[in-house]
Design a protein. Structure first.
Length: 126
């Protein structure tokens, strides 16, 4: 499978209809380097561009992608927490009465049956 099939996008093509080539040599030029991002962080991508380097002499250009880092770091913490989360899958065809009872007790403990003090009205439903 390709990166595109996995949901990755070329950052420069998101901002430029015809992205500049990265490599130049005499009459040849080519776009040989890319910065790929997963579709989930595209909303955090601010801008991407290609520039000539000012510090060193080379036949390559410099690719740059700017991201809003607030959400990226928050999402990383969420991803780490999800990785360590233990998930239980219940096979309803073989569940016993004791397991149902334990499940019911856990739900009742987590969700007290107190009357809600919040009453929805026509404004809150929209």
């Amino acid at each position: 499978m390709t990166l595109k099939q996995y949901g990755f996008k070329d950052t420069n093509s998101l901002f430029h209809k015809n992205p500049l080539p990265i490599w130049h040599h005499q009459e040849s030029k080519s776009r040989i380097d890319f910065i790929w991002v997963n579709y989930k962080i595209i909303p955090d991508l601010i801008y991407a561009l290609t520039n000539k380097p000012h510090i060193v002499s080379t036949d390559h250009s410099v690719m740059t992608a700017y991201f809003s880092y607030d959400n990226i770091f928050r999402n990383k913490a969420v991803a780490i927490a999800k990785r360590h989360n233990i998930r239980t899958i219940i096979n309803y065809k073989v569940i016993t009465q004791d397991e149902w009872k334990a499940f019911t007790e856990q739900i009742e403990e987590l969700c007290p049956s107190e009357e809600s003090t919040y009453l929805p009205d026509s404004r809150s439903l929209n």
